[in-house]
Design a protein around this ligand. Sequence first.
Ligand code: NDP
Length: 491
Amino acid sequence: MTLSFDPNTVDLPKGHFIGGRTISASGPTSGGLTLHRPSDGEAFADCPIASADLVDQAVETAHKALKDSGWASQRPRERTKVLHRWADLIEQEAPTIARFEALCSTRPVGQLIQGDIAITAEQIRFFAEFADKEGGDVAPTSDGELGMILTEPHGVVGAITPWNFPLNMAGWKLGPALAAGNAVVLKPSEMTPYSTLYVAELAVRAGLPAGLVNIVLGDGPTTGQAITSHPGIDKVSFTGSTRAGSDIMETIARSGIKPVTLELGGKSPQVVFADANLEKAADAIAASILSNAGQACVAGSRVVVEASIAEALTAALVTRMERVKPGFTWDEATQYSPIISETQINRMESILAASRAQGADCVIGGGRMDHPGYFHAPTLLTGVDHTNPAVVEEIFGPILTLQTFTEEEEAFAIADHPVYGLAAGVFTRDLSRAMRATRRLQAGTVWVNRYSRSRDHILPTGGFKRSGIGKDLGREAYEANLRRKTVLITL
Ligand code: NDP
């Protein structure tokens, strides 16, 4: 069976999802936003904007559902069972989810079922298994006392997710929050809400008490702000830009302190030493910047290469970039993604123009591709230094810069970014050098002789510096959805 589909025949979920049912909302007349398909630029739907009142209703619903359902107080294994059923349903409904995702986002339908959807289902199972295994602790105290550290859920978690991997990002937030016994009010990106809406519906079909997952649609300034500033939201979890992360911290500081996890931007280096396996390094580097057309927080957008192999690596990267073909995300054969919006591709072009004005040489690419929609050619820039806009700014596109070094310490100095510290890659056959690099590089994740996550969900992800606070995935993400209560009893 082909996965390709006609984008004009998809019946999209409409409205918000609150209390286990769809709350309908009309389009632009109610101040909604017109959505465009990234693959061809066609307007195809309207996204309503949830007002502060509607967010309030969602938060109230979540608190009531928590209280009435006993989700947090029941035997934890019951949560595990529901979440496993939900993951199963997500896999069963993969073809439908894939259509929703491929229609509005940058994710090609051919990559979704074995990729994003399978990974999301497995990550939900991964977090589900923590529910009845991770708890508090008994502290060493004197015999006359009993000291305990109890864990309990925060209550209602407010989650805000971006457009680059819409389903995965929803799973990262919902999986650990629900497993730990919380309810959630989630706002997906206004541009890519459909897969999130549908999996929320599937959660209820799997037996999750209605009202524990509520999806409110809307933009950052209205709906996002209403979530982060709401006194009934007990914890905030956000993935997106560093700018929006700063705004959210400010909102939280002004409206009432609450815990917050931020997974923010990056400008990650990939350091290639002359002893590296050049072909394998080129494969990993090209995949990291071409996958989802570079629209990934961890995209390895800065190559830092030993001067003696710079020419050979450049040629190897160009060969890989030349092979890329644009295509509609609803065509099963498509591998290369469009850029999410006209705004994003315009932003990319202006950074590129500024970079060239400051002396960058464009070895390949440099502009839009000849295809409807928002496709940007894979681009490799040389002749840049640490002040060049393409080296400084998170571009979030298929644009790679290449800088050279001659000494190991120089490589690490170039690799350091003044603002970001999300991920870094090192390519070398020298184990001692690899270990020096992992200690020296200022990044929340360091990959050696690879540049990608594996399906080992126990490995957390999150940034240093302004790339974020806290972690997604791993035990850390589960624990971030719990608070700790100290108990001391005189016996
Ligand atoms: P944003 O960070 O602006 O958006 C991410 C999410 O946050 C969206 O749901 C957005 O709503 C919401 N949001 C934005 N501002 C606020 C706010 N003040 N309060 C609450 N919620 C808010 O990303 P953009 O879509 O504007 O992309 C711009 C840049 O962000 C990219 O070029 C890239 O550099 C970076 N980015 C990083 C991501 C990552 O994974 N780290 C993911 C996406 C973007 P809405 O968009 O619906 O208005």
